[in-house]
Write a protein that binds this ligand. Structure first.
Ligand code: F6R
Length: 254
């Protein structure tokens, strides 16, 4: 586990973008796992800039997203399909047939989840998986209590998540209660994990993840068991760490 504490959200995003760009340069046919949410937004802007200004070539890259809401059509502005196309895929030269995002409108969800796992395997596995972390320690939609060996499946969202999401929806009936998510076991099979976190809101989850015991009650703690996990956080997300100086935070020791 390699932990880097970087001064600001901007610098953290730049460091993460460097790692993704290096992966794509080194292996143009890379399989990259993508996350949604607010944290990787700047990272995605920087990848678009790399593509525009330095020709970073995504044409042979295959992508797999972590999760998607059940019942939201891809064009819905709260769907993770919409997010990925708006924030990244529409602006780079990725081949749409190489893009995989769980299908929230699948008729047979169990069958779809098994197919998704097969597609990851058929692509040769994920080379680099980008991850965010929830304030409660969730990874993708694997909320506390999720099995650490889980595979892609349907999960019921917690009441809190449903309530939190309601503000994004005009129609309360459209607030999803279920999501499809890669499992923790699926995520752990990626060759490399790149977890990004920013802000004090994540400080406790980051402390549990890096310094707490591995437990299903904080699914992100599983990154401790991965051989190549790289955790990049900004200073605010590092405030609760006992060993933050050990992680090279750029400030004098008190
Ligand atoms: C999204 C995902 C989630 C987010 C997490 C953090 O695909 O997997 O686990 O990474 O909820 O979200 P933000 O970055 O919005 O704080």
């Amino acid at each position: 586990m390699l932990v880097e504490v970087i001064d600001t959200y901007e610098l953290m995003s730049q460091r993460a973008a460097e790692i993704v760009a290096e992966q794509v340069h080194r292996k143009p046919t890379s399989v990259i796992g993508f996350a949604t949410g607010s944290t990787p937004k700047r990272l995605y802007e920087l990848l678009i800039q790399e593509h525009d200004e330095r020709g970073l070539d995504f044409s042979k890259v295959t992508t797999f997203n972590l999760d998607e809401y059940v019942g939201l059509p891809p064009k819905h502005d709260q769907s993770y399909h919409y997010y990925m196309w708006e924030n990244l895929f529409n602006h780079i030269d990725v081949n749409p047939s190489n893009v995989h995002i769980p299908h929230g409108m699948a008729d047979d969800i169990d069958h779809f989840c098994a197919w998704y796992e097969e597609q990851i395997e058929a692509a040769g596995g994920i080379d680099l998986q980008i991850l965010g972390i929830g304030a409660n320690g969730h990874l993708a939609f694997n909320e506390p209590g999720s099995s650490l060996g889980s595979r892609t499946r349907i999960k019921t969202l917690t009441e809190k998540t449903v309530k939190d999401n309601a503000r994004f929806f005009d129609d309360p009936d459209m607030v999803p209660e279920y999501a499809i998510t890669m499992g923790i076991g699926t995520i752990m099979e990626a060759d490399r994990l790149l977890l990004v976190a920013s802000g004090e809101r994540k400080a406790q989850a980051i402390r549990n993840t890096l310094e707490g015991p591995v437990t299903a009650m904080c699914p992100a703690t599983i990154v401790q068991l991965h051989q190549h996990s790289h955790i990049i956080i900004d200073k605010d997300a590092a405030t609760a760490l006992d060993y933050r100086h050990h992680h090279g935070i750029a400030e004098p020791k008190e």
